[in-house]
Design a protein around this ligand. Structure first.
Ligand SMILES: Cc1cc2nc3c(=O)[nH]c(=O)nc-3n(C[C@H](O)[C@H](O)[C@H](O)COP(=O)(O)OP(=O)(O)OC[C@H]3O[C@@H](n4cnc5c(N)ncnc54)[C@H](O)[C@@H]3O)c2cc1C
Length: 480
């Protein structure tokens, strides 16, 4: 089944308007520093994976992350073959006092899984997934993508509460929370995280669980990027053979009605039903209106509930609902990239019509816009606050936009537009979500963790007092 994921949408935004040659995206960041003025011979001798330096033909592709609005130039990309490699690359960087960036799937909206003049510890090759059907657990290497974990789980009649786009990294998503189609029945991805292997800033290697280190486990479930290099994650899966799911498409004039409906749904949705709605707005005003719906329960009841709550209210053009695995519905995505700028928040109350108008109507934007409004409901809102640093989300909606543009000269204008529009929307938002933060500054990181931020600072001071892991949405340790 072809499903238009949010990645497809952003990547495909320019193509929806016209066929233009994509420019090269040297949008932000410094020019590469030629030459490698440091000795990496010892590291090379011990490293099992691949070390990609500035002279390598593979360097340009290896240094980039998914969001091409950020253009960083590390000294070295260390494609690790295992935990030993990750530890060695970390030690190498620490001894030289150069920056470290850790990369799972490379989808960080703020481009923090690359860095300038440091070492990128790239875990993409650690992508093995194993399933223990009897225990109902799934173990993922830190480089696994959502599609890989989901397909492996599906083979045993299991599913994981990961995100809605198959090519996003399991580790970045989970370590920052993780919201997807099973939020109603199983909560966030980090709620399902049972254990993790980690290399700490001081080089120690641990297998962490609730029993072995409840503080660190709490920190990993929502703020994990700040605490070390996670090389393996173990999840409790849900027993779920099939879902009833599909991408409903609506006529363009229905955009407002679809968002207004999504805006009202969180208190009405049964746990089994999750919906993610999106409107693509083109610079010329053209629109594409979609709603991904997924029912994780008895399909016969699902059809009735989807009809009652959604299609009776707004008529779709297409209604391709079918019984399938969650893995098939989410799909594999596509690791294509483009420059983008996002703003996102959680709205606890229904947004007023004026907010929907900001999202849909403002026409002074030289870019393509993907607007989304995702009702938050069920288990993800009910989990006790205790076990995770990912703050509980209220019943409400995740609301925001991603802007994509074609011409590097438009970057500043697009970002200014994002700030202005968000300035109008922000009063209706109760919290930020760390996984959807762009390069928005420390105050937004604090907003994302709310009352958990100070405890995270205390733990950061214990586990990473020198802030080695700072190429992320950073929690600043207390001064020593
Ligand atoms: C197209 C698209 C769709 C998305 N859909 C959803 C969605 O449905 N639900 C949702 O909740 N979010 C979604 N997101 C947001 C997504 O959860 C975050 O961007 C997430 O951080 C991506 O993880 P990654 O491993 O791919 O990224 P990376 O860029 O590799 O990493 C993100 C951050 O985590 C750190 N990190 C990654 N792996 C590790 C590790 N193993 N150990 C320590 N630190 C690590 C990195 O240093 C970086 O700071 C989406 C993003 C995109 C671009």
């Amino acid at each position: 089944m072809h499903l238009l994921t949010r990645r497809d949408a952003i990547k495909g935004l320019p193509a929806l308007a016209c066929a233009v040659a994509l420019p090269s995206w040297a949008v932000e960041g410094q020019a590469p520093i030629p030459g490698a003025a440091f000795d990496d011979a010892q590291l090379r001798a011990a490293f099992s994976g691949e070390l990609i330096g500035r002279g390598s033909a593979a360097y340009d592709a290896a240094r980039r992350t998914d969001n091409l609005a950020f253009d960083r130039h590390p000294l070295l990309v260390a494609r690790c073959a295992g935990t030993d490699d990750a530890a060695r690359a970390l030690e190498f960087a620490r001894r030289r006092g150069i920056p470290v960036a850790v990369r799972g799937g490379g989808h960080c909206q703020a481009g923090r899984s690359s860095c300038d003049d440091g070492v990128v510890i790239d875990l993409a090759r650690l992508n093995e997934v194993s399933v223990d059907p009897a225990r109902g657990t799934v173990s993922c290497g830190a480089g696994a993508r959502i599609w890989q974990a989901s397909e492996a789980a599906a083979q045993h009649g299991l599913a994981l509460p990961l995100g809605t786009c198959g090519d996003v990294g399991v580790s970045g998503l989970t370590l920052g929370g993780g919201v997807g189609y099973l939020m109603g029945v199983a909560g966030a991805a980090c709620d399902a995280l049972l254990a993790a292997d980690i290399v700490l800033a001081d080089g120690r290697r641990l297998t962490v669980s609730e029993a072995s280190d409840p503080d660190l486990m709490w920190a990993l479930r929502g703020a994990g990027a700040n605490f070390g290099i996670v090389t393996r994650l173990v999840f409790r899966a849900v027993r779920l053979e099939k879902v009833l799911a599909g991408m409903l498409t609506f006529p363009p004039p229905a955009a407002h009605d679809v968002l207004a409906l999504a805006n009202s749904l969180s208190t009405m949705l049964p746990d089994e039903l999750s919906v993610f709605s999106q409107v693509i707005v083109l610079p010329d005003g053209g629109r594409r209106v979609e709603m991904g719906v997924c029912w994780a329960g008895n399909p016969a009841h699902g059809r009735a509930e989807i009809a009652r709550l959604i299609t009776a209210a707004v008529s779709p053009l297409e209604q391709p609902l079918r019984e399938t695995t969650l893995a098939q519905f989410v799909g594999r995505g596509d690791s294509g990239s483009g420059p983008s700028c996002a703003r996102f928040g959680v709205a606890q109350r229904s947004l007023p019509d004026s907010a929907l108008a900001v999202l849909l109507e403002r026409s002074d934007l030289p870019a393509f816009r993907l607007v989304f409004l995702d009702p938050l409901h069920g288990a993800i809102t009910r989990q006790p606050a205790g076990p995770t640093s990912f703050p509980r989300v209220p019943m409400g909606a995740g609301v925001g936009f991603i802007l994509g543009w074609e011409d590097a000269g438009q970057t500043r204008a697009v970002r200014e537009w994002a700030d202005r529009a968000w300035g109008e929307l922000a009063p209706g938002m109760s919290q930020a979500y760390v996984n959807m933060l762009d390069d928005e500054g420390e105050a937004r990181v604090r907003e994302a963790y709310g009352g958990n931020y100070r405890r995270l600072q205390r733990l950061k001071s214990r586990y990473d007092p020198d802030n080695v892991f700072r190429s992320n949405q950073n929690i600043v340790p207390f001064a020593a």
